[in-house]
Design a protein around this ligand. Sequence first.
Ligand SMILES: *Cc1c(COP(=O)(O)O)cnc(C)c1O
Length: 457
Amino acid sequence: MKSKFNPVGNAKASNTEDLVRRSLAAVWHPCTQMKHHEAFPLIAITHGKGPWLFDEHGVALLDCISSWWTNLFGHSNPRINLAIGQQLQKIEHVMLAGFTHPPVVELSEKLSALTQGNLGHAFYASDGASAVEIALKMSHHYWQLSGQHEKKKFVCLQNGYHGETLGALAVTDVAIFRQAYGALLQDVFMVKSPDARNSQNGENPEDLAHRAAQDLENLLEREHNNIAALIVEPLVQCAGQMAMHSPEYLRLARRLCDRYQIHLIADEIAVGCGRTGHFFACQHAGIWPDFLTLSKGITGGYLPLSLSLTTDKIFQAFYSNEFAQGFLHSHSYTGNPLACAAALASLEIFEGEKVLEKNIERAADLSNAFAWTKSDSRIEHSRQTGMILAFDIKKEFLKNPSEFPRALFKSGIEENILIRPIGSTVYVMPPYILHSQETMDMGSSIQKALNKAIASL
Ligand SMILES: *Cc1c(COP(=O)(O)O)cnc(C)c1O
């Protein structure tokens, strides 16, 4: 492996340089101020293998964030490649209204079984945000069908994130994503986040969960007749700087939702698929929501697929002779067979390779690799939930805080690692395939990159 990643190429005009130029002209990149790329390199990837991404010169980057939290079993995974190839020989796509096919049936049955039948009905879409829209719409529609027309508002958590389409953005509390679109967003109720970093006077995470749940209770007591659902990201508010909370909050929220007849939507798009230790994060609390959304890792990070699981009770409310009483929502690629085949292959890997058991050791490796963060005086709130590890850089050590994320991204690239800090929070969310030594190396590379980035500000 060559040691230096040089994304804009060197003296010789490379294919990379050409590709980057054409990309900046023709591709509008996501979540990006395009002008920043005048000074900041765009990285052209030609291939990937396992946790590594490569450029045309064979220079490698360790994908410490699973390509935006999607990749679970490495790039170019032989089993998933094979499953997609085999499905491709049968059928690439067929509409799911009026038709069905083996991969979507098997996947839905497997997911139902993983919830012990509690969430036995799967409705599909392609991106995470669409699965959130589906859960919100189903909840809203359910209350209409039940004659409770006033129950139409949603409750969300401060610092939460549920995607960027208008419905999902309305229940999202990340200012930078909302700023320009406030006028387009429906009104919602927002309650305290149980973020364990907000502890006061020696509160432990459970105390904090109780304090946040009290805020929720106060709202529900007053407004429950107007509320359809509460939406939460169980255990980790990932886009909200990897804010972690106690499973106690989920137990309390479940209880309050039951008491006040409000649906609980668990958005497990980032935290599902084994990320927190159990397959579903809700299992840490021993509860089931009324809706559970999945995407990102469900196909092993291969293809766009999302879904909202729900209960028989919700399903039955829509079951009628009336067409208009059905859930009349669709996306063209709903339940795409190739994506479902990739998801089935991923679930087979979970079973066949005892992934959840092995992730206990991998999570311990992660903890060892970042033990240095606990004694580094520049760092606070070093925290971990399963295969997510995060820590914050104290404000006084960031001379130019708004430049920090890009500075660390850049120094990371120089150390052959891909990380994307969120504000002053540094995190890793690696695929479930790293060996102990690779994990240790990741920890020390990030330490080096951090020293460089802080010095450069
Ligand atoms: C990423 C994410 C979404 C949105 O998924 P997209 O596929 O990007 O639309 C929704 N909720 C959570 C918790 C997420 O992390």
